[in-house]
Write a protein that binds this ligand. Structure first.
Ligand code: MG
Length: 203
C-alpha cells in the first residue's frame, strides 16, 4: 500500500503559495504509517512549529495498472473520500531552500488522515464534486473537482507511468486555497457534497 499525493493542483492554492503552475502533475509519496482512520485524533509532532492542514479529494485504487491510458483511467478507482495532507510547513520550507527531499515535512507518522470512503458510483463523478473543510465550525477551504488543473484520469495515467498502481493504493489529488496552521484542540471536519466524511481532533 502506498499513498501518492499530488502537489500544486489548484490555481488558487498555487497563488497563495507563490508557486508556478506545473506542466505535469507533481507528486510525492506517503506510506502506511501516515494513515489515520476512524476519525482518531491527530497529534502535532514535536519537530514542527507550523503544521498546516490541506484538505483533499482522495481516490482509492481498485486494480493494478501500469502505463494506464487516460481513457481507461476511470476504471482504476472505485471510491472517494476526503483526506488531510498534514504538512510541516516550516520543515518543508527548509527542505525546499536546501534542495532536500520532502518526506520529513510531508510523510511523517499520522500525516494522512482519511475519512469514510464513498463508492464513486454514488457520487456526481464525472460531474462536479464539491467539498469543504471546516475548522472549529468555520469554513476555511472550498474545493471543486472542476478546478483541478490535472483531473483524476490524467493523474492516474501520469503516476502509473512511473509507479505501478495497485489495489488499495490511495491518491491525494491536491488542495485548494485556504491552507493554514493547526493548534491543539482544533477540530477539522471535511464535507463532500454536504455530507461529513472526516472529522479530526488536533491534540
Ligand atoms: Mg497537499
Amino acid at each position: 500500500m502506498k499513498i501518492i499525493c499530488i502537489g500544486r493542483n489548484y490555481a488558487d492554492h498555487i497563488k497563495e503559495m507563490n508557486n508556478e503552475i506545473p506542466e505535469y502533475p507533481v507528486f510525492f509519496l506517503k506510506h502506511e504509517n501516515a494513515i489515520i482512520y476512524n476519525n482518531l485524533p491527530f497529534f502535532i509532532p514535536d519537530f514542527s512549529n507550523n503544521v498546516h492542514y490541506e484538505c483533499e479529494l482522495v481516490l482509492r485504487i481498485c486494480k493494478t495498472g501500469k502505463n494506464i491510458e487516460e481513457r481507461f483511467a476511470a476504471s482504476y478507482f472505485d471510491a472517494i473520500t476526503l483526506g488531510i495532507d498534514f504538512t510541516a510547513r516550516d520543515i518543508q520550507k527548509r527542505c525546499i531552500e536546501r534542495g532536500e527531499p520532502w518526506e520529513i515535512a510531508k510523510a511523517f507518522d499520522n500525516s494522512a488522515p482519511m475519512g469514510e470512503f464513498v463508492p464513486i458510483a454514488e457520487t456526481n463523478y464525472p460531474a462536479e464534486l464539491i467539498f469543504r473543510l471546516e475548522k472549529n465550525g468555520n469554513t476555511v477551504q472550498n474545493g471543486s473537482s472542476n478546478n483541478l488543473i490535472f483531473k483524476f484520469e490524467r493523474i492516474v495515467s501520469h503516476v502509473s507511468k512511473y509507479i505501478t498502481l495497485k489495489t488499495g493504493d490511495f491518491i491525494f489529488t491536491g488542495t485548494p486555497a485556504g491552507v493554514g496552521p493547526v493548534a491543539p484542540d482544533d477540530l477539522l471536519e471535511g464535507y463532500l457534497a454536504g455530507k461529513k466524511l472526516i472529522s479530526v481532533r488536533v491534540k
